[in-house]
Design a protein around this ligand. Sequence first.
Ligand code: ZN
Length: 462
Amino acid sequence: MANEQTPVQLQFLGAAGVVTGSKTLLQAGDKKILIDCGLFQGERSERQLNKIKRLPFNPAALDAIILTHGHLDHCGYLPVLVKKGFKGPIYATAPSKDITEIILYDSAHIQAEDTRAANERRQLAGKKPLKPLYKEKHVRRTMALFETCPIREWVEVAGVKFRFVKSGHILGSASIELETHGRSIVFSGDIGRQRPLVLDPPTRPEKADFIVLESTYGNKQHGIAFSPYQVLQEVVNKTYEKGGVLVIPSFAVERAQEIIMLLNNLMREKSIPTLPIFLDSPMGSEVTELFQKYPDWHNMTEEEGTSLTENVHIIKSFDETLQVLHENGQKTKIIIAGSGMVTGGRVLYYLTKLLGDEKNTVLLVGYQASGTRGSQLSNGAASIRIDDTDYAVRAEISQISSLSAHADQSDLLWWLASLQEAPKQIFLNHGEPEPAQELKSKIEEKYNWLVVVAEMDILYDL
Ligand SMILES: [Zn+2]
């Protein structure tokens, strides 16, 4: 393995110049390994890449895939490779495998629905029908290829040796420390904050020849805004005094569980009244169960872990959704529903019923991409459109900005600070050009190391 003459190359097939579509090809001699295999998301032009971008390798000849975590932009393209002949192992931590399974079935389901709707329109226009990227059967075949790895344990495959270390981003998320032909490489994956709310802090690298570092918030400081406890407490109490309903559009992975934990803690310490909490997100409920299945992967207390499901009404069917607003009369209740940026999901139904009344509150709890209904609400829109109808916004709109699963600029610099020696080169991926450039300047200024903003498809020799 220590042949330093053997060529080793990196090629970024996604998440270069953009945040989504993470796929990094590592070629070590005649072996090929893919780090992450994500979908492009977001703007239409970026999503189009899922269909039109060609891969520079035959999936059947790929030796292995190593997965940092279960977010769609890191795992959502796996079934396409399997459909095209990939049969090798997919390595992940155990919680990442379970989250990936939830996310991929959901993705196949959404694609089936979207394709059906689009094809109805296309048929009327006399156009050829579209096909989804993959179906449930491809997800099933994908899941059969998974091999789970305990944290920090070295694994050998196709001429490389690697291990996962915790990255503090979501349940099961990991960075990858890898060695091949005398080179050591660390792939950061997505990194959490220095002190995540419910996870262990990211493990920082001590030594590496090469580093591939995410740069999502390379130009931002999350700041020491109000603590999420403080904001939640104020919002709940105010909504309670007005006798309204609190709706929290939330991401299913991590954020929903954090919010439930915060609410339960506030109720336990009597900072807010004891109110019914409804979790109306089928994916959110499944991920919540994973928090109970993997207690070693987060640092909620046993009590906090148990109350994630015990003090919460889990809504399964849409029939139940229709009942939620009528339960216990008009009394204040808290509803957590997907999706987090109000782009779809059950939260839309609640908003059509609740937005028009100033007694109610909508609490946004995460990043709101521009163009989404979430960002319109956060920017004070007078009305928003749902299913061809405009709904006036009279409810109060609040926001918690201090919950982020991503390291900001100082967290990223902190992550690098544990390196004992200068790495030969740092590649910045998973960022828009501006944050990546600013992070590059900051690293150069602070450490004087060689930093390259990764470009899509270029072959980098290590
Ligand atoms: Zn992520």
